[in-house]
Design a protein around this ligand. Structure first.
Ligand code: ZN
Length: 404
């Protein structure tokens, strides 16, 4: 992961939505070799990267959770905040009360900002509905936006994000609802390509997560897992056992979990912005995972409670300074490895012939700068599927103007 091929005076030849060739500019000039004379030439200054891939977001939500933010600053822990009416269930009440049109408009604005920071492929989860209709509504919002803005969206069903209040005393019934009603409904409408579960003590146990993932697999969904986010409970081991594409979070992963990930194809997805935003928590053992031989990806974890973060370059800078990644490892973690975490590594994540022509340009002198300007945005141009994307100019409204 510490290796990157860097070409100077380079050119990328694009044919339709795909990359046709990558090489030296002198070899790819129109009228030379196999390149036709009439080909359109776009000159860019700086560095061209493969389009970044944000492999873990919860972008479909309503209001920010500002009270949670302030309560945490005052020293309240997760359970106290939930008891005070905050946490995931606050976002669930909010999303249930909002219209599809409003959720779509809010999500569209956030996708535009993610894209402006270089994210050309974005995974988006449901999980703030926690009833069949609202989970489907969230996923339909994602489907509607998939063709209506330039980034590619990868939808994931996360009905097992939390137990909703109406099932608090009968959680087994909720797991059954997820398996027997939600997953079949989601797959019937082809609204998701993967299923995720929040596997954590006090949320869903390893046994409950295994049940949900088994149902998802029977319905043809790929598997992902929120694993060992706060306390280690065998989440990473479960992700490997079921052949999940990724195990995400991992701040509490055990040595056995690290060994299991290292011996598997399951990608370890780390979310350093989340732990910085929550404050006072230690980061996932990134070096331990890398040194053991695990594949590592990074994502924003964009969500209203623990990571209102819209910048993969910020996440890359945090990965260098907080996780001990080298710049090359950070770049690989948001391109080729993030593609693997979504099961699309044969299609995108590299500047190579045959790959989808998703490109990010940063007007910088050294390619490492993308993971250096912490909180700034060095991205100056983005292409998806071979087309230049209009980028938002100035600030974008990210939250609703009225409370639900
Ligand atoms: Zn998450």
């Amino acid at each position: 992961m510490a290796e990157l091929e860097v070409l100077t005076d380079a050119a990328v030849l694009i044919d339709g939505e795909r990359i046709a060739a990558v090489g030296r500019y002198t070899d790819l000039q129109p009228g030379t070799g196999n390149v036709e004379r009439g080909v359109e030439v776009v000159e860019v200054a700086g560095v061209v990267y493969p389009g970044f891939i944000d492999c873990h977001t919860h972008a479909v939500f309503g209001a920010p959770r500002l009270d949670d933010h302030e309560r945490r600053a005052l020293g309240m822990d997760y359970k106290t905040i939930a008891a005070a009416g905050g946490g995931i269930l606050e976002s669930v009440r909010d999303v249930r009360a909002r219209s599809d049109a409003e959720l779509a408009a809010l999500t569209r604005a956030r996708l535009a900002v993610l894209l402006a920071h270089g994210a050309t492929t974005i995974e988006v989860k449901s999980g703030y509905g926690l009833d069949c209709e609202t989970e489907l509504r969230q996923l339909r919002v994602i489907a509607r936006l998939a063709g209506a803005q330039p980034a590619s969206l990868v939808p994931t069903f996360l009905g097992a994000h939390e137990v909703p209040p109406e099932f608090r005393d009968r959680r087994a019934d909720y797991v059954r609802l997820v398996c027997e009603e939600m997953i079949p409904a989601v797959t019937r409408e082809r609204l998701a390509v993967a299923c995720d579960v929040f596997c954590e003590p006090g949320v869903f146990s390893v046994a409950e997560a295994r049940t949900v993932l088994a149902a998802a697999r029977r319905h043809g969904l790929a598997l992902k897992l929120h694993a060992d986010e706060l306390d280690g409970s065998g989440g990473a081991e479960l992700a490997v056992e079921v052949g999940a594409l990724s195990a995400d979070h991992l701040a509490g992963v055990s040595p056995a979990g690290i060994r299991a990930l290292a011996a598997s194809e399951t990608v370890a997805v780390l979310l350093p912005a989340t732990l910085v935003f929550l404050g006072g928590r230690s980061q996932a053992p990134a070096r331990g995972l890398l040194d053991a031989g695990a594949a590592l990806a990074l994502a924003t974890d964009l969500n209203p409670g623990s990571s209102p973060t819209l910048s993969l370059p910020l996440v890359m800078a945090l990965a260098v300074s907080q996780l001990g990644l080298r710049h090359a490892e950070a770049v690989n973690a948001v391109t080729v490895n993030a593609a693997a975490a979504l099961g699309i590594a044969a299609d995108r994540g590299q500047l190579a012939p045959g790959f989808r022509a998703d490109l990010v340009v940063c007007d910088v002198a050294d390619w490492r700068e993308v993971a250096y300007w912490m909180g700034g945005n060095a991205v100056t141009a983005v292409w998806t599927g071979g087309s230049a994307c209009p980028l938002p100019i100035g600030s974008v409204s990210l939250g609703p103007h009225v409370q639900a």
